[in-house]
Design a protein around this ligand. Structure first.
Ligand code: URA
Length: 242
């Protein structure tokens, strides 16, 4: 297994420039497997290594895969226009992986500012591309609260396909289940701009609340509260594709 200098391990995980990482180590702020290491060039096997920076525990990940329970009132952009960015909910080393900005951690399928629920983020470009590509049809499940009562006609239209203003090709819900008088559970396999809101408008209804509960086979865990994030396990990563 390849070894990496401790300063490179910290650098690759987003703790700052090499100089900043070396400084943290020299000042005694970094421990590996519980023992302080003050030599930036000391080599460790990176894979699976556990380290502590300024008292906070971290694990080395060559690529980061995580999920966030997005609260309302946050934008998915790194450079938001009006509301705070979802990236402010992530610790700085995650935001800064890969040098930050566009090369760093990105979301799979953005959510509107007022939408809540499951966001998957990664700095693995191939993974982001595969998950976001319209070719792969990864199903996404949305719990929708509507302004007007839902009726059978609306459900049939959503399943048959509705035309959105900018595209003559109809878009349809893969599944559409009424879960309350003003509630629907909708599965989409595409991700057009404001798609759920525009689909509901096309059947003369209106979205009052929108929550994403699932991407592929990955569900938002009940104990991950709004604003909280966690790493994705191997099982989570497999389940996304199922
Ligand atoms: N569709 C929408 O209209 N908004 C979202 O945030 C996600 C899907």
């Amino acid at each position: 297994m390849a070894t990496l200098q401790l300063q490179d391990i910290l650098f690759s995980q987003g703790f700052g420039t090499r100089r900043v990482c070396a400084g943290l180590i020299q000042q005694g702020f970094v421990a590996v497997a519980g023992a302080i290491c003050a030599q930036p060039a000391t080599e460790f096997i990176a894979d699976g290594s556990q380290f502590t920076v300024q008292g906070v525990d971290w694990q080395y990940y060559e690529k980061a895969y995580l999920m966030l329970h997005k609260p309302a009132g946050y934008e998915c952009s790194q450079k938001p226009s009006t509301y705070p960015s979802i990236y402010t909910l992530l610790p700085a080393p995650i935001r800064q992986r890969g040098g930050g900005a566009a090369a760093g951690v990105q979301a799979v399928g953005r959510l509107d500012q007022d939408t809540t629920g499951l966001l998957v983020l990664s700095d693995d470009g191939k993974f982001i591309h595969r998950m976001s590509s319209p070719k792969h049809h990864v199903p996404k499940v949305y719990e929708v609260t509507t302004k007007h009562a839902v009726d059978d006609k609306q459900i049939q239209k959503l399943l048959a396909g509705v035309v959105l203003d900018d595209d003559p090709k109809a878009v349809r819900a893969a599944t559409c289940v009424q879960t309350g008088l003003n509630q629907l559970s909708l599965t989409l396999t595409e991700g057009k701009y404001h798609q759920v809101k525009r689909m509901l408008a096309a059947v003369s209804n209106r979205v009052e609340g929108l929550h994403r509960s699932r991407i592929g086979g990955l569900r938002l865990p009940a104990d991950l509260l709004p604003g909280q994030w966690c790493w994705l396990s191997e099982t989570d990563l497999t389940s996304i594709h199922s």
